[in-house]
Ligand binder design. Structure first.
Ligand SMILES: [Zn+2]
Length: 282
């Protein structure tokens, strides 16, 4: 049996051991739209006072005058349902969309489906409007949809507020000597872990030559990362600068640990105090 087949077999065995509900992550699906009866919907369309103008226009077969964007609309009855016939005229091309007119009682449901369902995905007001208007319409729908999206609890909790201004990119002097400036990064945690329980990869890239080094690590305590760094530095030499985008706390702890290790092992290398740690994205 090949190595890959063996791994696949192990994976399958592991999967079988898991209880069924843990195998797949459950999707968080909001309550679906209650079943809409066509009769009720028709009745609501007929009785809704906010739609009285639409009904009147449908009965009189009136078409709204063409606006400056080349758009016009009219209301029509189809199978006793009230629709809005939205037209965009662009030269010779005429594009029509038939929108079901939604009575007040069903508007929340339509907006909920368009914004909160799995396919809705809590998109912004503009996209939600686009989605709804491709099939539905009601007077004042644009303002209603904007209000609905702005007051959505999930969106308010998760959508980032404001943007942090970006600093202009600076230029870095070219380094010609190998291993004078290196960039380190930690990738992980990676699932599943390896046979040796490694879950992280410490990567070290030399700026001058782009030579990469990678060390597999089971965890990323400062001691462990420092030891891994020392192993690499002992082979290629101690860099003058180490760039990393890891947190400042982690970086300074790591720096201290590297220093401690250097003094302990008493290698004939420059003291790490001459290392310069820069918390910057590489
Ligand atoms: Zn939302």
């Amino acid at each position: 049996m090949g190595n890959l087949e063996k791994k696949l077999e192990q994976f399958k065995l592991g999967l079988r051991k898991l209880p069924l509900e843990n195998r797949y992550q459950k999707l968080n699906v909001p309550k679906a739209l209650p079943k809409v009866k066509t009769g009720d919907f028709k009745k609501a369309q007929m009785g809704d006072v906010t739609l009285s103008k639409c009904r009147r226009l449908a009965d009189s077969h009136e078409e709204a005058p063409l606006n400056r964007f080349g758009r016009t609309h009219s209301y029509v009855w189809r199978n006793e349902f009230l629709y809005r016939n939205f037209k965009v005229i662009n030269g010779e091309v005429e594009d029509t969309t038939l929108q079901l007119v939604v009575p007040k009682a069903y508007r929340q449901f339509v907006m909920k489906m368009a914004h909160e369902s799995i396919l809705g995905g809590h998109q912004g007001a503009r996209k939600t409007k686009h989605k709804i208007l491709s099939d539905f319409y009601w007077p004042g729908c644009q303002a209603d949809i904007t209000r609905f999206c702005r007051s959505c609890d999930v969106c308010q909790r998760t959508v980032p507020k404001g943007r942090v201004g970006k600093l202009p990119l600076g230029t870095m002097p070219l380094i010609e000597t190998p291993f004078q400036r290196v960039a380190i990064d930690i990738v992980g945690p990676i699932q599943p872990k390896t046979d040796r329980n490694n879950r992280y990869i410490l990567t070290i890239v030399d700026y001058a030559t782009r030579y990469p080094e990678a060390v597999a690590l089971p965890s990323i305590e400062t001691t462990r990362v420092a030891e891994a760094l020392i192993t690499v530095f002992s082979r290629v030499g101690v860099p003058r600068e180490v760039l990393t985008d890891q947190g400042t706390q982690f970086t300074s702890d790591l720096m201290r640990e590297v220093g401690r290790l250097y003094l302990c092992v008493n290698l004939r290398l420059p003291l790490p105090s001459c290392l310069q740690w820069v918390g910057r994205t590489v």
